[in-house]
Design a protein around this ligand. Structure first.
Ligand code: NZQ
Ligand code: ZN
Length: 391
């Protein structure tokens, strides 16, 4: 196991009706004037936004609001949010929604107290200061409720990039699984896929003797394998949604990733797809991961065979571990298809003729040196072949 630090100070309130305490938590974490930030309207239709506003008013706090965050959130609305916060003297950002709303909130929180252009943070500058952020999560997926990360798309060039820093870790996150019951099945499945991707990205490691995190990841993958079909079959299954929601947090607050190198090639390869085609991030990952895994599996075939046996129930073939490894990847792919995820470029809405463009932005965008690195370092030819495997 490698040396590590672990810092995850988010306060979590989990369970039914917890959104009604939003005002108390904003006050506890120092907010007096709140920006309530939300997405395309699901929180209005469900009545959640009204309950949150009532909770803030009960505490005698004032607020302004800004809706309209799109999935794969854009820089334009971030600039608007920064201007609004400066003008109104906002001192706390409350995100009500999914990963996109939370990430947009984090960007506004960092940008409001920064003299330069907030996009600097998405080009490698670490976020050291930000307004405090709280979240009320409505979809189990991105893990942004417990992560120090934010992913934003710059409209100009449709560049989708991430920024990081402990300053944007949410001060509190309210997780009520019942709020996820209004999700369309496709979004539930995309979220589940993203959660599983966060686990796989950490499982694919070059570090040795990381049994505790290996086992935690396997346990969470098994949970997702068990619970996801249950919520797809019965969207109102609160208990299954509860397990998925906490698994989503655990998958990405890095408790499973400490002391080990991690991959993230699948995420980088996928981000170009959701940037160009505006597809759901999880759906993009469903098409990306099997291709990446097949392409890199010989780098450590026993690692893929291990997850195949321990999670996907495959029989270990000691003479031909590559057969077991491949069976595990196929089992994962079939699982994703069974929950309604796309299996190829066509179903995702991606186009073969765009591959050179995807590879160019992936490997050369932002001054990158022609490679992306993770479990395996991949160059432009590798990435081209991986995208071609997805067609
Ligand atoms: O905008 P509204 O109307 O709210 O609708 C949303 C949106 O259309 C809808 N939705 C959310 N909760 C709902 C609901 N509809 C009905 N009932 C509910 N309870 O679902 C759609 C997707 O929402 P979004 O916030 O985009 O989903 P998700 O949480 O998957 O976030 C995806 C974004 O997070 C980024 C992704 O790249 C993508 O941009 N990621 C962020 C990470 C992080 N900050 O740590 C890590 C991830 O790997 C990921 O990259
Ligand atoms: Zn993700």
């Amino acid at each position: 196991m490698e040396n590590f630090t672990f810092y995850s100070p988010t306060f979590f309130a989990f369970g039914k009706d917890t959104e009604n305490q939003a005002g108390e938590y904003v006050k506890r974490f120092g907010g007096t004037k709140v920006l309530i930030h939300y997405g395309g309207g699901s929180v209005i239709r469900s009545g959640l936004l009204d309950r949150v506003k009532a909770s803030i008013e009960r505490e005698g706090l004032s607020y302004v609001e800004l809706g309209g965050v799109k999935p794969n959130p854009r820089s334009g609305l971030v600039y608007e949010g920064i201007d609004l916060c400066k003008k109104e003297g906002v001192d706390f950002i409350l995100a009500v929604g999914g990963g996109s709303t939370i990430d947009s909130s984090k960007a506004i929180a960092a940008g409001t107290i920064y003299d330069g252009d907030f996009w600097d943070f998405y080009q490698g500058k670490r976020i050291e200061n930000a307004l405090p952020v709280g979240t009320i999560l409505t979809i189990a997926a991105a893990g942004s409720e417990g992560s120090p990360d934010s992913v934003i798309t710059k409209e100009e060039g449709m560049l989708k990039r991430g920024a990081s820093g402990d300053a944007i870790r949410p001060k509190f996150s309210i997780l009520n699984p019942a709020l996820t019951q209004t999700l369309p099945a496709y979004q539930t499945a995309s979220g589940a896929t993203d959660i599983m991707a966060h686990l796989y990205e950490r499982y694919l490691t070059n570090s040795k003797d990381v049994e505790v995190t290996d086992r935690l990841i396997e346990a969470l993958l098994l949970t997702m394998k068990h619970e996801t079909p249950r919520v797809i079959a019965d969207p109102d299954n609160y208990e299954a949604r509860a397990n998925i929601m906490w698994a989503g947090m655990m998958a990405h607050n890095n408790s499973c990733g400490v002391g080990r190198s991690q991959d993230w090639n699948s995420h980088n390869i996928e981000h170009e797809l959701s940037a160009l085609y505006d597809c759901a991030h999880g759906a993009g990952l469903a098409v990306t991961m099997p291709a990446v895994f097949k392409y890199v599996m010989n780098h450590d075939v026993m690692r893929f065979a291990k997850v195949a046996v321990r999670v996907w129930g495959c029989q270990m073939d000691f003479d031909h571990p590559e057969v077991t490894a491949l069976e595990g990847i196929e089992a994962f792919r079939n699982f994703l298809i069974s929950i309604g995820m796309p299996k190829n470029f066509e179903e995702l809405g991606a186009k073969k003729e765009d591959i050179p463009k995807l590879v160019e932005v992936l490997c050369r965008g932002d001054g990158r040196d022609g490679t992306i690195s993770g479990f395996v370092t991949l160059d432009e030819d590798d990435c081209t072949m991986i995208y071609e495997m997805m067609v």
